[in-house]
Ligand binder design. Structure first.
Ligand SMILES: [Fe+2]
Ligand SMILES: [Fe+2]
Length: 138
């Protein structure tokens, strides 16, 4: 998920779409488990979903910050503000995910976490579209 693929629009967009489709589907499954009050399975599904966000989306973001974003800032200094904004999106994903993990380990209400999983999807969707628009057509 790093290196040349991130610098190539179609490959990078495919990475976004695949990862988004997976977490979106997993979030739907999770909601169904809670609706059906299958609480033990729901908790397992949450752990897997959180891990998926970390392994596929947060790690993608970190590799962008270490590679692609640095390269773009060097080649196009006037893109520095855009890079800052896109990095802020990544930070929001990290903050929301950390809040979800706190809530889960404190055994708080699932309802609030379900809203936060939706927030992750919304932030990530807009972030990916902006990234494709601003950076990958340079
Ligand atoms: Fe990104
Ligand atoms: Fe990306």
């Amino acid at each position: 998920m790093s290196g040349p693929a991130l610098r190539q629009l179609d490959a990078h967009r495919s990475i976004h779409e695949a990862a988004y489709g997976q977490v979106k589907d997993m979030t739907e499954v999770l909601k169904r488990l809670y609706r059906e009050e299958r609480l033990e399975e729901a908790k397992q599904a949450e752990l897997i979903l959180i891990e998926h966000w970390r392994d596929h989306i947060i790690s993608h973001a970190t590799s962008e910050e270490e590679g692609l974003y640095q390269d773009i800032k060097q080649a196009y200094p006037d893109m520095a503000d855009t890079i800052t904004q896109l990095t802020r999106d990544h930070d929001l994903l990290r903050k929301i995910l950390a809040r979800i993990e706190e809530s889960l380990s404190a055994d708080q209400q699932a309802e609030e976490r379900l809203m936060m999983y939706d927030s992750l999807l919304v932030v990530n969707w807009h972030h990916s579209r902006d990234e494709e628009h601003y950076l990958l057509n340079l």
